[in-house]
Every structure is written in C-alpha cells, then in structure tokens.
Unconditional design. Structure first.
Length: 252
C-alpha cells in the first residue's frame, strides 16, 4: 500500500454551536479513489471545503505531503497541489474552452499577472491547457464558448481547469450532478483514469458510480464517520444500510 499523500485527523467544523463536521479522520493515497458518501446534511461538502481551504476548520489537522495546511487560504492550498471541483460548474462562460484552462494554469504561477506580455503568447501555459482539455476528453475545436457547450462538457471543462494547475490531489464534489446516463458513464471512466496518476476524493450521490470506481468508502452521517471500508464491506454493513443506502438498494 502506498503512503498517504493527504492525512486528515479529527477534523471538525462548528457554526455558532452547530457541529457540521465532528472528528473526521481519513487518508488519501495516489492511485486510489476514496469516496465520501452520506445523506444530505452529512457534512460532506463542508469536509471538502476545509480540505481545499475554502473553510478554516474549528479543530483538527490536515497534512499534505507531511506539511500542516489546515487554515491555509484556498489559493495557497491550490498552489501546493490540491485541486477541487464544485457542485455547480465553476467556469467562465463567456470565455473559450482553451482560455478557461489557460487562466487556470496561469493562476499557479508565482505571479499570475503578466502586464507586458499577451497571455496567449505564453506557449507553456497554452500547451498545458491543451493537454488538460485532451485528458478529460473534450473534443476540438477549443475556441467554443464555455457557456455554449453541454452540461456534461462544462463539468469536463471544470475538471480540465483543475488539472491545468497540475494538482496531485483532486477533490471532486458531485461531478455527476445533473448528467444523463451517457455523460455519467464518461465521467466515471474519466475519474478512473485520473486516479491512475492522482489521489482522488469523490463526493457523489450516484451509488452505482461510486461503487464502480471507488477503492475505499467513508460513510458520514450527521457530520461524523459512521463506517469506512472497501465497497463490498460497505454494501454489506447493516449500519450503513439502515442509515443511508437502504436494504433494497444494497441488494440490487
């Protein structure tokens, strides 16, 4: 088993006395999809927001490559090598596909502002953006407006933008939301490919997708970890069946 690249220890987040996340611990490893599942309100997105720097934890530790990063800003976390997607596609709809990715690649530079040089003249950035678009399977032409492509393509674009920043860890928050069956199958295949070279944390409500792609599952209920294990063990867990999956769904 490879060493974890991201370690979370007893992570908690409180909002005016309400515990959204309580004492959550988990590990992410390269080459692995670690899925976090649970009912609405379980604390899954709050967990991702803390890992990505969008929220500061109330307590606990987050170690990335041995470095404590809990409480760092989102831009610093991204530059260290942790990328994330959101429940709703976070793109620039009035910009071209390639330009969206180029901007994401540029954001990781020590100084992203280039006042005296045309952005598209920065060959390395454009090449990086093109590689990211090709990796997620977005077909050319890449001069299409992001707001004019399909919902599934917008989700692919957001992941391409994340990849353009060259992350080592991917935090994917409901990447299949709103997709049809064909788009969902393509996204699941993409996540599996990405896991070959990244550590992936996946939050997703599509249980067929989760069980087909995840190596490890963490089940959260009311902000706490109910159970963790391999997909087969989670399917068979009476506690998970009662709290989330439902007997009929587990047996299907």
């Amino acid at each position: 088993m490879t060493e974890p690249i991201l370690q979370v220890r007893e992570l908690s987040k409180r909002f005016e006395g309400l515990a959204a996340v309580s004492d959550v611990s988990l590990e992410l490893r390269p080459g692995e999809v670690h899925a976090v599942i649970g009912p609405n309100g379980a604390g899954k997105t709050t967990l991702i927001n803390m890992l990505s720097g969008d929220l500061a934890p109330s307590a606990g530790a987050i170690r990335f490559e041995g470095r404590e990063i809990a409480g760092l800003s989102a831009d610093r976390v991204a530059r260290l090598g942790i990328g994330r997607s959101y429940q709703k596609a976070n793109i620039f709809p009035d910009f071209m596909l390639l330009e969206n990715c180029r901007l994401a690649a540029q954001a990781r530079l020590p100084s992203s502002l280039r006042f005296f040089r045309p952005a598209l003249a920065h060959t390395a950035l454009v090449e990086n953006a093109a590689r990211a678009l090709a990796l997620v399977g977005l077909e050319e032409p890449w001069d299409r407006l992001a707001g004019a492509v399909s919902h599934g393509e917008q989700r692919q674009l957001e992941i391409a933008m994340t990849l353009a920043a060259e992350p080592k860890v991917l935090l994917l928050d409901e990447p299949l939301a709103g997709m049809g069956a064909d788009e969902s199958r393509r996204m699941v295949a993409l996540i599996a490919r990405l896991a070959e070279t990244h550590a992936v944390l996946l939050v997703e409500h599509d249980m067929d997708a989760v069980f087909s792609v995840a190596s490890v599952l963490t089940v959260m209920v009311n902000g706490r970890v109910l159970e963790r294990g391999a997909p087969a063990a989670i399917r068979e867990s009476p506690a998970v069946q009662r709290a989330y999956l439902g007997t009929a769904e587990v047996e299907s």
